[in-house]
Ligand binder design. Structure first.
Ligand code: ADP
Ligand code: ZN
Ligand code: ZN
Length: 722
């Protein structure tokens, strides 16, 4: 017994502990192992080698040797996982396995991918090679005179994988070790603001410095990233780039690959097959991929020699994972930059209020790009169409229809943007603008059809709706922000002969659907695009000359305090789609509230003014970023069951001064998949206080499950959606 050692192993189970095993010899921390677990077998990762005192050695199970030929998982990766598990209050094993690519979660050995290149053999040089009329083969053959990477070969022809295999078998090509050269294709000459931004960030290489790159749409942020990447690659280091949406990765990957044609690039997103994802992940960890680009999960990718982190569209809500391990990829990226001692660039045209507040507090440094980079492209003109005094035809105002007609006649592309987020309806007076507000806190009351009452989703207060407006007596009180239906049919009827294409979750669900849409749009086969949120993000549609925004008002007075911030970001983004090339753009917004500050800021392109006004409101109300929140979420068959659990949880709390509990309150989307959902909010202006309280309180909640068996519950740190 004495020559055995004990190791601590993290296993993919919902328990916030690690498990002790015995091994014949010390196992390195970070190595993957196969362990017996509750009668079965699990993959584990050695996270510590300390002897734990409370389990007698003869009761311990054995662990064999390490699974892999590759080295143990790096220490900085494990440190990141430890922080993530602790900060987001998630079981360490589950956090660890969520961050690993699929194949590494299974108990099979992994090896480094073969990253050697291909080159013609001497024997091949004596043969003629494919004739010129076989274009693709011919081009690949000639390119293979020099070593080519798999990726470079695939750029030459999609048939490359098959051809290389065949020629390898025929002895015409061989695998060669080749250090990829740094090739840089030409880019535009930077303008002063861009050049200043590049110099500033480059001046901080080698030290943790968070930068907010605040640049209007089309101001050349991506060009700034490219120049920074160039310098990082030249220094022999790697860049990690995070983007919010999987649909945006191919565009950006292509742009990066065109600029750095020889640099190995790992693209990591959920649309990849397991094997591809693993290969990219390992290439990043090993250091062979110079550029690593991916969606939120890529925030965990280990880097051998990371020199810079970039988060594009840093304000985007999709960086927050909404279930299981509820991490925020941007926030973790900042943590990683600090850990690695490298700069991080957070880029956006509409920075998050969190980042704006961090700039104000001196924690982040701001770089501004205030002009459009592309010579002729001016910012679009934004006009508001007041629909209070207008007859609407199927939801469309006369000036909007006329504007669309004009574009169709001129063969220009229009976009009809339908805001369709699941905003819970707030009751409003159509005469004086009165809104249902909570008497106990600064949140709005939301109309629930189920019990026909108004509910506060922050503190849980509810009441019957008033029969008439308490301010002006008008009896026409309506829920705001109802969906616009059948807009496609209406447009087809109103614009005879126009080619209308609707884009939503259904139409782009299939793989390659985006490419087909792109081809149609770029091929001039579309006059009017209809779309929702997903169109707002950075897709580059040239010759878009009109954007018509419908149904935006629902986001103005939502019960979710972040709704205005999101609406403004989306409208700015979608407006930014107009007039990017040489066609000046026009944006029309149909609204009942043309005097609202959000729309006024949009018309004036006043991003900073809007942020300042929002930030002041948040500070007044004590909402983030002026405070920190943690939500305890519960769901059950009925709201009563879920709330009873949360009440019991609240009863166990003894919050110290400066920490408050609010609720339980029903979730904005109260009913989901036959479960009813509620939450309890814990809030504090000080993050440390909040977390110290959680340390004491959360362990007590486990004891409640027994009495509330039907309730599922979870913790959401820094929640984004309610
Ligand atoms: P953003 O990322 O801020 O939306 P991009 O970097 O995509 O902006 O730039 C918008 C357009 O302007 C692109 O077509 C890009 O090639 C071009 N561009 C960027 N910087 C310059 C520059 N300095 N001179 C000319 N064109 C530029
Ligand atoms: Zn009124
Ligand atoms: Zn309230």
């Amino acid at each position: 017994m004495s020559n055995k050692v004990s190791v601590q192993v993290a296993v993919n189970v919902p328990l916030s502990m690690t498990f002790t095993y015995l091994a014949d010899k010390p196992l390195p921390i970070g190595c993957r192992v196969r362990v017996p677990f509750r009668g079965g077998e699990q993959t584990g990762v050695v996270v510590d080698d300390q002897q734990s005192a409370d389990v007698p050695a003869h009761k311990l199970k054995h662990v064999e040797s390490c699974l892999d030929e590759i080295p143990p998982l790096p220490a900085d990766f494990l440190e990141l996982i430890r922080f993530t598990a602790q900060y987001y209050r998630h079981p360490i094993g589950q956090a660890l396995f969520a961050a690993l690519p699929g194949p590494l979660r299974r108990p099979q050995p992994a090896r480094w991918p073969d990253e050697r290149g291909w080159q013609l053999t001497l024997a091949a040089h004596d043969t003629e090679g494919p004739p010129p009329r076989q274009k693709a083969r011919h081009a690949l053959w000639h390119a293979l005179a020099e070593p080519l990477s798999y990726q470079q070969a695939k750029v030459i022809t999609p048939q490359a994988p098959a051809l290389l295999k065949q020629w390898l078998a025929e002895g015409l090509v061989e695998r060669v070790d080749a250090e990829p050269p740094l090739e840089i294709a030409d880019g535009p000459v930077l303008n002063d603001e861009q050049a200043a931004a590049v110099e500033a960030v480059a001046g901080s290489f080698g030290q943790f410095t968070p930068w907010l790159l605040n640049g209007i749409t089309g101001s050349g942020k991506t060009e700034v990233y490219l120049r920074l990447i160039e310098r990082v690659l030249a220094a022999g280091q790697q860049v990690l780039v995070l983007v919010p949406e999987i649909n945006l990765t191919p565009q950006l990957v292509e742009r990066f690959a065109r600029r750095f044609p020889a640099t190995p690039l790992a693209a990591l997103h959920s649309g990849l097959a397991d094997g591809e994802r693993l290969a990219g992940w390992l290439a990043a960890w090993r250091g062979s991929a110079g550029i690593v680009i991916g969606t939120r999960l890529a925030a965990f990718t280990p880097l051998a020699r990371g020199g810079l982190i970039i988060v594009d569209e840093e304000h985007d809500g999709s960086f927050k994972q909404q279930d299981e391990l509820r991490y925020h990829a941007r926030d973790l990226a900042v943590w990683r930059a600090r850990q690695a001692g490298v700069p991080i660039v957070l880029g956006s045209a509409t920075p998050s209020l969190e980042s704006v507040a961090n700039v104000e507090a001196g924690r982040y440094r701001e770089l501004s790009l205030t002009r459009r980079a592309h010579g002729a492209a001016a910012l679009p003109t934004v006009r508001l169409i007041d629909i209070r005094r207008q007859k609407l035809l199927d939801g469309l105002a006369e000036p909007a229809i006329a504007a669309l007609r004009k574009r169709v006649e001129r063969k220009e592309l229009s976009l009809v943007y339908v805001n369709r987020r699941g905003y819970a309806p707030v009751i409003a007076c159509t005469e004086c603008g009165w809104l249902s507000g909570c008497p106990h806190c600064s949140a709005r009351l939301v109309w629930h059809v189920t019990d026909r009452r108004l509910h506060c989703h922050h503190c849980g207060y509810h009441e019957a709706p008033p029969r008439a407006c308490p301010d002006c007596g008008n009896s026409d009180l309506k829920p705001m922000g109802q969906g616009t239906q059948r807009i496609e049919e209406a447009l087809i009827a109103l614009l005879p002969g126009a080619r209308v294409l609707r884009i939503d979750r259904d139409t782009v669900g299939r793989k390659d659907a985006w490419e087909a849409i792109y081809r149609k749009v770029h091929g001039g086969e579309v006059d009017v695009l209809i779309g929702t949120q997903m169109l707002a993000k950075g897709h580059d549609f040239p010759a878009l000359s009109l954007v018509l925004v419908l149904n935006a008002d629902g986001g103005l007075y939502s019960a979710d305090f972040r709704a205005s911030e999101r609406l403004f970001a989306q409208l700015s983004q979608v407006a930014g789609r107009a007039g990017r090339a040489d066609t000046p753009g026009e944006v029309l917004v149909q609204t009942q509230w043309p005097e609202h500050p959000l729309y006024q800021a949009l018309v004036a392109h006043d991003v900073a003014g809007f942020a300042a006004q929002q930030l002041a409101e948040r500070r007044e109300a004590g909402f983030p970023p002026a405070a920190f929140q943690v939500a305890v979420r519960a769901d059950a068959r009925t709201l009563e069951e879920a709330s009873a659990f949360l009440d019991a949880a609240a009863a166990l709390a003894e919050p110290p001064e400066g920490v408050t509990l609010a609720g339980p309150a029903p979730a904005l989307m109260m009913r989901l998949a036959n479960r009813e959902r509620a939450h309890l909010l814990v809030e504090s202006p000080q993050r440390v206080r909040l977390h110290t309280f959680l340390d004491d309180w959360l362990p007590l909640l486990a004891g409640l499950q027994q009495a509330h068996r039907q309730v599922r519950w979870s913790i959401d740190v820094d929640p984004q959606d309610f």
